[in-house]
Design a protein around this ligand. Structure first.
Ligand SMILES: Cc1ncc(C[n+]2csc(CCOP(=O)(O)OP(=O)(O)O)c2C)c(N)n1
Ligand code: SF4
Ligand SMILES: [Mg+2]
Length: 298
């Protein structure tokens, strides 16, 4: 007799994100929201500034999410979340988890002042930056999260981005917030565990989530999960946690660190790069991995 196949689910079956979202196929930011809400549960309120996610959710009064959303101005994700948390506490609601949910442009660039203010005050919010490495919603413009070498509409092929990605994780660690983590939808259990842990901590918590964007990266939708695994194995986007800005824990250390070439080759935004450009990028990745290892050694 044929043995029946069973699959063990390690994440809760309950969905707070339903069908009908408006994202492109293979959108990493969309999957990130789904997993985050599985960890945080129904008593969650979101502040979403202008970004792809303010569209993905759907036109009012429809919503793909089964939690309340406050659509705020581009630069105000953290300040809006701080205010919403204070307001909820004033009416006696101490249970709702307030989440600022912003893109890399809204975090690394335009919202960094509000984020820094909230983190310095240690306001009791979770701030999630889904990082698709450019201003995607307005047509793929460069942000300070765009990696070296990438094409965007404001860094055309002849003048590709010649500055490194801003180290937002180090900037947040300098605020000595109680908890911060990087995460990636290709490692859903890791993301889920860290978000559950963050939910139980008071104060400012910061998540930096890797979010492939097939439209802006000129990649195939079916490669999104593969990219997430690659960036952990080649150390472009390592998975780690930081407590109080000091205690670094690397969650996954690749047994054998992979070269970045394959990852670069699969994305149209890097097609113009010469061997020497890729060699330079590899050196930069090696250096930042070494820096992280040192921080984790204490
Ligand atoms: C003050 C202000 N400046 C510019 C815009 C236009 N704008 C809306 S979304 C967006 C891009 C957002 O980029 P990011 O935060 O990375 O999110 P993504 O679109 O990539 O998801 C821009 C420039 C705006 N809404 N408000
Ligand atoms: S443009 Fe990119 S980030 Fe925006 S919905 Fe499409 S895939 Fe997602
Ligand atoms: Mg972006």
């Amino acid at each position: 007799m044929k043995k029946e196949k069973t699959m063990k689910l390690s994440l809760p079956v309950e969905e707070l994100m339903t069908s009908g979202h408006l994202a492109c196929q293979g959108c990493g930011a969309t999957l990130a929201m789904r997993y985050v809400l599985k960890a945080l549960g129904q008593k969650t309120a979101l502040c979403i500034p202008a970004c792809c996610w303010s569209v993905i959710d759907g036109p009012f009064p429809h919503s793909t999410l089964d939690v309340p959303i406050f659509h705020c101005a581009f630069e105000t994700a953290a300040a809006s979340a701080s205010g919403l948390k204070a307001g909820l506490e004033m009416v006696g609601d101490t249970e709702t988890t307030v989440v600022a949910w912003a893109g890399d442009g809204g975090t690394f660039d335009i919202g960094i002042q509000a984020l820094s203010g909230a983190a310095e005050r240690n306001d009791d919010i979770i701030y999630v930056c889904y990082d698709n490495e450019a201003y995607m919603n307005t047509g793929i413009q460069r942000s300070s999260a765009t990696p070296y070498g990438a094409w965007t509409t404001t860094t055309p092929v002849k003048h590709f981005k010649d500055r490194p990605k801003k180290d937002i994780d180090a900037i947040m660690a300098a605020h000595r917030i109680p908890y911060q983590a990087t995460a990636n939808t290709s490692y859903p259990e890791d993301l889920f565990r860290k978000m559950k842990k963050a939910k139980e901590i008071k104060g400012t918590r910061f998540f930096h989530i890797y979010a492939p964007c097939p439209t802006g990266w000129k990649s195939r939708p079916e490669d999104t999960i593969k990219f997430g695994r690659m960036v952990v194995q080649n150390c472009i986007f390592p998975l780690f946690e930081v407590e109080n800005g000091e205690k670094y824990t690397i969650n996954i250390k690749p047994r054998e660190k992979k070269p970045i070439n394959d990852y670069i080759r699969f994305q149209g935004r890097f097609h113009h790069l010469k061997d020497e450009d890729i060699r330079f990028m590899q050196e930069e990745v090696d250096k930042s991995w070494e820096r992280l290892l040192k921080r984790a050694e204490g």
